[in-house]
Structures are given as structure tokens and as C-alpha cells.
Write a protein that binds this ligand. Sequence first.
Ligand SMILES: O=c1ccn([C@@H]2O[C@H](COP(=O)(O)OP(=O)(O)O[C@H]3O[C@H](CO)[C@@H](O)[C@H](O)[C@H]3O)[C@@H](O)[C@H]2O)c(=O)[nH]1
Ligand SMILES: O=C(O)[C@H](O)COP(=O)(O)O
Length: 321
Amino acid sequence: MSDTWFEDRTYRHTDWTPERLLDLKRQRGLTVSLVVPARNEEATVGGIVSRVRAALVERTPLLDEVVVMDSDSTDGTGRAAARAGATVHRTVDVRPDLGHRRGKGEAMWKSQFVTSGDIIVFLDADLVEWDTHFVSALLGPLLTEPGVGLVKGFYDRLLDLPGGARVSHEGGRVTELVARPTLALRWPALSGVVQPLSGEWAIRRDLFGQLSVPTGYGVELAVLIDTHLRCGVRAVAQVDLGRRAHRHQSLRGLGAMATELLAIADRRCGIEHGGDVAIRWFDTSDGHGRPRTGTVSTVERPPAAGVGPERSRVLGGAVGR
Ligand SMILES: O=c1ccn([C@@H]2O[C@H](COP(=O)(O)OP(=O)(O)O[C@H]3O[C@H](CO)[C@@H](O)[C@H](O)[C@H]3O)[C@@H](O)[C@H]2O)c(=O)[nH]1
Ligand SMILES: O=C(O)[C@H](O)COP(=O)(O)O
């Protein structure tokens, strides 16, 4: 790890008030977009949007837009988000000329075509324990340190255990067993990043637009590694956000996520596994045992800055001529 990176680039959310951040944002003449990628988050997305809007649009207008990217939801996610005051885009409807892929990274990549802020802040839609400083505090290093391009949130996790909640000072299962070991071995300058997979992060639009974006869960690890490779570790900062709780995936789901992260990391070391990686398991849930096969997509979208305007718009008047 770079000698002084941790000390120089680690902040606490209490370092800034929203009012101070608003002053800084106005002085710098910057705009900010909040993007919430959401797949089947009807239960939580409305409350998240309402709280963010009340605190950071109405009370202290730090956010210029609040956008929910509805990522192939089959429940009422889009309706709940719109009712709460978000601008909602279905990922599949954004730039249909570029095709459609499933996944969180796809929703985040496509958000670049429907937002305009100089800074984009991402927030997960499945949070159950969180506060609005999860959004505002991520702006602190971007508004105060000219060299910073990417800010990751970190936190203690609140785990629901029988008999009550417990605070864990560790990262999640994939974080501790895959992401942080991978960084320690291959990109040790990033080994001080406490929560490399956190879904709460902020990035300058001009930097995000230069990066290729995995369509699935590899987006966080890829953006972190690529920011470091492109701009150096000092372009990365992290902010302690306090405590966070979210919905947990099954271990098998996390196995798929881990497979994708390893493939994304391998690609950055010159090892290519192709677009879809096959995974196999033995399913005994029906009382018989059956081999099952699935695939994990490791596809990446190209840097958005290099993607031209929508074809129908380019053709413009030519259509129908
Ligand atoms: O196809 C998808 C899948 C998920 N999501 C949304 O992405 C967010 C995080 O998804 P989740 O399944 O809760 O991820 P976690 O299991 O919590 O994974 C952790 O690790 C991932 C890999 O780095 C990060 O993307 C997550 O933000 C981080 O919380 C939620 O708002 C989801 O609704 C989508 O928009 N589209
Ligand atoms: O962040 C992670 O490592 C994964 O999302 C798993 O988190 P969990 O162990 O808190 O479910």
C-alpha cells in the first residue's frame, strides 16, 4: 500500500455538513446526479428516494437530479420510485440502439446517457440501515481535493442475528474472501480500501466516461482498479459512512458474483475467460441430486465517452427522406 494513502485519503462523514458541501459545490459551479440502480426493490426504493429528496433536494439542494435505473424489475420498483419523486428510466429503454444486457453494471453504464451531473453518486436500492449522509459525504473529497476522481464509501455492517443486531467491523463475504485478497495480491496500492465493493460511491463524470464497465456485479471492482491504473491511487478516496445494513444474497448467488469479480480481475492481468463463464453445482433441493449448470456474464461495455450519439438521432432528418 502506498505509504500515506490511507492517512491522506480516508475521511469521516462528519468532516463536512451538507451546508458546507453546498457552498463548495456552488463555488466550483458543479452539478450532481444521484443514480440508484434497482432490480426488484419495491420494498425499499421508495423510502430511499423520499428520504434523499427531502434532505438533499428540498432541505439542502446538493442534488440536481435523482434518477432510479429500473434494471429489469418484475415488481413495482419503477412505480414506487416515481411515486417518491425520482426520475425513472428502465435500463432496457435507454439507448436501445446499443442493445440490452442484464445486470447492475449495465444500469450504471446506461445511466450516463440519461443524466447530466458533473459528478455521479451511486446508491444501492436495498439499504435498510443507512442515512442521507451516505450520499452527501461522498461529495466531500471530490469538492475539496482536486486530484480525487473516485470516492468509495465504507462502513460497519449491521447483521441481523437471532436475538438482535450485531455490528461487524468486517466487510461482506465476497469482500473479505475475494475482493480484498485479490487487491492485496495484484494491486496492493489498493489494499487499504476498506469496502472495495460498496455500492455507495461517487465519481467524476469525465472519469467514469473513460472506463469500460462490466455489465454485472464487476462494476465496482473494475472502476476501482481502472481508476488506479489510469490516474494513480491518490485519485481514489474513501469516506467512513458509519453503519449500513442491506438485504443479503444466498451463498450461491455470491459465488456467481465472486466468479465475475475474479474474471474481471484476470482480464486486467491479461487472462481472458471469454464473455460467459460456466458454473456448475449439485442441486439436492428436490430430494434427488441433479447437476445444474449456469453462466456468469463477464461482458464489459466500452467507455461511454467513445460511444457516439443515438443512430436515429444521427440520421435525424434522413429518416423518411
Ligand atoms: O441486475 C441487477 C442486480 C442488482 N441491482 C441493484 O444493485 C444494488 C446492489 O445489488 P445487491 O444484489 O444488493 O448486491 P450485494 O449482494 O449487496 O453486493 C455488493 O457487492 C456488489 C459487487 O461489487 C455491489 O455491486 C453491491 O453494491 C454491493 O452491495 C441493488 O440496488 C440492486 O437492486 C440492479 O440494479 N440490477
Ligand atoms: O459485499 C459483499 O461482500 C457481498 O455483498 C456479501 O455481503 P454480505 O456478506 O453482507 O451478505
